[in-house]
Design a protein around this ligand. Structure first.
Ligand SMILES: Nc1ncnc2c1ncn2[C@@H]1O[C@H](COP(=O)(O)OP(=O)(O)OP(=O)(O)O)[C@@H](O)[C@H]1O
Ligand SMILES: [Mg+2]
Length: 289
């Protein structure tokens, strides 16, 4: 197939997911298709409830079944359909080939374990090249990643517990934790939403830097068009479970095709101003779309 070029890492095709609760079926993701090349960053943008996180979690079948139900589609990672992969093989993909960073580092990090312990576990699971019983080698590898994500005095931070870290620092540790497995794809689901504006910018800058240095692919989920410039190569817009628009970031920002995309862009003050108005999303008008 011509679509399976060597540069293609992930191809999601016609993915549909519902939630079934007490016999009521609610579609959450409807016929979504997108692809991601090696080293490429795709941003998935859309308001709350549009299906961004469900799509992200579905990539490695992290949704609880039930209530989730995979209605159809394919998730091809390097040509293998993850929806058909046995659970045992999937565990190596989760956190191994596909790493995750979530919104709230405070809840994603385990509060009772040190940074060292959490990172050592990930290395033991996903990095056979790091000798399991060589404490010095493990620590050196952890320090290397902490340093790479911009943590000062990384050797000292090894012994820190999550509550001893600021929000920004905890998110850097989360990123180090995901990256030390050397995933081909990092999925960052609203990685800056829980942080204040200055720290948000720092984390976005960090992701830009890491992407350039490590050459990984990045799936960045956000509801904010304002943070994409210079980071996302392409953007996909989700609206009520569907992917309604996809294109190069600059082009989508310059000439959004779907009215919902336009409304989202107008919600970002510094982008919206260029379009000469500040808008709130008019759902009644969008219902007609
Ligand atoms: N575990 C679940 N059980 C039932 N419904 C769910 C579950 N998880 C998500 N949903 C539903 O699926 C839809 C999509 O949710 P999703 O979490 O993907 O939205 P989102 O785009 O990530 O929103 P946000 O920006 O708020 O994170 C929503 O209607 C949500 O209520
Ligand atoms: Mg979400």
């Amino acid at each position: 197939m011509s679509e399976l070029t060597p540069a293609l890492l992930l191809a999601v095709r016609h993915l549909s997911i519902s939630f079934v609760q007490e016999g009521v079926v609610t579609p959450a993701v409807r016929d979504v298709s997108f692809s991601l090349e090696k080293g490429e960053t795709l941003a998935v943008v859309g308001e709350s409830g549009s299906g961004k996180s469900v799509t992200a979690l579905a990539l490695t079948r992290l949704l609880p079944v039930p209530p989730a139900r995979y209605d159809g589609g394919e998730i091809l990672l390097d040509g293998r359909d993850l929806l058909k992969l046995p659970e045992r093989e999937l565990r190596a993909v989760r956190g191994g080939q596909i790493g995750y960073v979530f919104q709230d580092p405070a809840t994603a990090l385990n509060p009772v374990f040190t940074v060292r312990r959490q990172m050592a576990e990930t290395l033991a699971l996903h990095r056979p090249d790091v000798p399991r019983h060589d404490r010095a080698a493990i620590d050196a590898e952890i320090v290397r990643w902490l340093d790479l994500v911009g943590i000062a005095e990384p050797a000292r931070r090894l012994r820190a517990y999550p509550h001893e870290l600021s929000g920004g620092m905890a998110q850097r540790v989360m990123i180090a934790l995901a990256l030390c497995a050397q995933p081909a794809l990092l999925v960052a689901d609203e990685p800056t939403t829980a942080l204040d504006a200055t720290v948000q910018r720092q984390i976005i800058e960090l992701l830009k830097e890491l992407k350039a240095r490590l050459g990984m692919s990045l799936l960045l989920i956000t509801h904010n068009f304002g943070i994409l410039g210079g980071l996302a190569d392409r953007v996909a817009v989700m609206f009520r479970g569907r992917l309604v628009e996809e294109g190069k970031t600059a082009e989508v920002l310059r000439a959004p095709q779907h009215p919902y995309t336009r409304a989202l862009i107008d919600c970002v003050p510094h982008l919206g101003q260029k379009r000469a108005r500040l808008a709130t999303i008019d759902h009644a008008a969008l219902d007609a779309v």
